[in-house]
Design a protein around this ligand. Structure first.
Ligand code: ARG
Length: 572
């Protein structure tokens, strides 16, 4: 049981004893440590409903409260209760967490199966900055759920199908006859641009492209092989980015649009049979009366065009059924740009109505805002083009290398390279993950690479500080008793014990920034502790306790950053 569950249970028992069983307890971590560690705010509402004096009722709760972790409880203000946790309890927690690789974080009795659809670029083009957020937010949720014991299935719903691929195949054939195919494929962005140019300028080429689309859709072996070649090259490129970004995504997680091909027509037919979809002059569509009207009309979900072609929506219907039936997902998360909100609302609405999405399965769109340049407009190159993700990562490492070199010119090239990678990539990821995903954010190299403030370098530096302290102390006596006594120690310990609560909040809200902010809080508290509490010079008992507190701080930072997909360094 994590701390807040443990506390809540004791408080509920106390509420029951004083006759207010079932009233919401409203437990919060205190914002001001002078008042205590936690605050119970629920007594006032209960008192109002029962027409009792709130302070008196609060005092009754205090008298009835029996929780081994609580050292003192006090009524304050109009009827709050301030709780202070006991130092013995905190000390014991630290000893226990240190003796456990999982830092005492519990595993659930029955595990969820979480299907996370993330990254999902369109393969026609090279990955660009627009793919960054889905990739790293999704990856962090993947890591957190997995750590909390869920079975996680990543699904990379890449766009590998549709009319564009006819054009790309036609261009590929042309380049093969020139002997320039491999050369052209080395830069997918260029490849796409050139193909598009041919398509727009040459009617014969455009015709050929359209013929290839038809052949592709009817399963022509030769055309499929060409298409497959293009897709393979594009996926290799994506995988290169995933590796550079240190994400968990693997080739096996790719479940592209093309994989649902055979399921599309049956899907449409079933929907028609159920009377959920209707035929409107050849177009098959579903009315969405549960969704807000658009221009005074009920919106619709189009699932098949007049010419028989399927749409993004159709594929997602088949994809969702696959996640429920084949993957047995109990929670489906779609980490996709906020601009697709209507699409997902419609998708979930339809699937609830058909019961393809049973009540006990959670389905959520996890939207996110746009990455902006310092001019406040969507992030672009100076020339106004989209920024390739690969170029962005190169620049991150380059900037980090310059920074490391200037701070530490004596390091070997190999060391500089390693540190630059960890810091540069970490900085880009952290700058994103530490922001509320719903808002747009401004991408600023200077801010993200700063060693001050809520940044990856600051946290990574805090970790190396702990690592260096532990090295200097030769060995932390883990089995000795930990004794928390000082106020600063108490606050750091309180923060450390909240790790599990924070991870659960991250998982349930799909908000990695709660974890980032938590780690920043830990690093800040540690820094205060480090500057105010002598460690290596202290007497043996105090020294050991403080080393244990430091050790757990370091491990929490390392584990927490790992759950954001960010590495740490032992020295930097
Ligand atoms: N490929 C799509 C795009 O780039 C994102 C796919 C998201 N996943 C999904 N199941 N629709 O917009």
């Amino acid at each position: 049981m994590n701390l807040s569950e443990q506390l809540s249970q004791s408080i509920q028992e106390a509420f029951a004893k004083v006759g207010i069983a079932g009233e919401p307890i409203i437990l919060k971590a205190s914002s001001n440590p002078n008042f205590g560690d936690y605050q119970i705010n629920g007594v006032m509402g209960a008192a109002k409903r029962l027409e009792k004096n709130p302070r008196e009722l609060a005092q009754e709760v205090v008298d009835a409260l029996q929780a081994t972790c609580v050292a003192s409880a006090e009524v304050a203000g109009p009827g709050f209760i301030n709780l202070r946790l006991s130092n013995e309890f905190l000390s014991e927690y630290i000893e226990k967490a240190l003796s456990d690789k999982r830092l005492s974080i519990s595993l659930p009795e029955s595990a969820e199966t979480v299907v996370i659809d993330y990254s999902s670029p369109n393969l026609a083009k090279e990955m660009h900055v627009g793919h960054l957020r889905s990739t790293i937010i999704g990856d962090s949720l993947h890591r957190v759920w997995k750590f909390l014991g869920a079975k996680v299935i990543a699904q990379n719903h890449v766009g590998d199908w549709g009319t564009q691929f006819g054009m790309l195949v036609a261009y590929l054939v042309e380049q093969q006859s020139n002997g320039k195919a491999e050369y052209e494929l080395a830069d997918l962005e260029c490849f796409y641009r050139n193909a598009k140019k041919r398509f727009d300028e040459d009617e014969a080429f455009a015709d050929l492209s359209r013929q290839y689309v038809v052949k592709l859709q009817s399963g022509d072996k030769e055309v499929l092989a060409l298409w497959q070649h293009f897709v393979t090259v594009s996926l290799q490129h994506a995988q290169e980015i995933y590796t550079r970004l240190n994400t968990l995504l693997a080739p096996d997680d790719v479940m592209g649009e093309s994989m649902y091909n055979d399921a599309l027509q049956p899907c449409v037919d079933e929907l028609l049979q159920m009377g959920i979809a209707r035929d409107d002059n050849g177009t098959k569509l579903i009315d969405l009366p549960n969704m807000p009207e658009k221009d005074g009309k009920t919106p619709v979900f189009i699932i098949q065009k007049q010419d028989g072609g399927f749409l993004y929506a159709t594929t997602d219907l088949a994809c969702l059924r696959h996640a429920v039936n084949q993957l047995q997902g109990t929670r489906l998360l779609y980490v996709v740009d906020a601009r697709q909100s209507l699409h997902f609302n419609a998708l979930f609405d339809v699937c609830r109505r058909t019961n393809w999405l049973p009540e006990n399965v959670v389905a959520e769109h996890i939207p996110f805002g746009t990455m902006m340049g310092e001019d406040g407009k969507p992030f672009k190159t100076r020339a106004g083009d989209t920024v390739k993700l690969l170029d962005l990562l190169d620049e991150a490492e380059q900037r980090a290398r310059d920074l490391v070199k200037s701070k530490n010119p004596d390091l070997s090239d190999g060391e500089i390279q390693h540190i630059a990678r960890v810091v540069g990539i970490g900085a880009v990821k952290y700058a994103d993950l530490s922001k509320n995903r719903l808002s747009d954010y401004i991408f600023s190299w200077d801010n993200m690479l700063s060693f001050e403030g809520n940044t990856a370098p600051y946290l990574q530096y805090a970790y190396t500080r702990v690592a260096s302290l532990l090295r200097r102390s030769s060995s932390v006596a883990i089995n000795t008793k930990c004794t928390i006594s000082d106020d600063i120690e108490h606050q750091l310990a309180i923060a450390l014990i909240q790790f599990e609560d924070v991870l659960k909040t991250v998982a349930n809200s799909s908000n990695p920034h709660y974890l980032a902010n938590y780690l920043y809080q830990i690093a800040t508290l540690f820094s205060r502790f480090y500057e105010n509490c002598p460690i290596l010079q202290a007497d043996e008992v105090v020294k050991n306790s403080r080393l244990q507190l430091s050790d757990l701080t370091g491990r929490t930072l390392k584990q927490g950053l790992e759950l954001l997909g960010i590495e740490v360094l032992e020295t930097m």
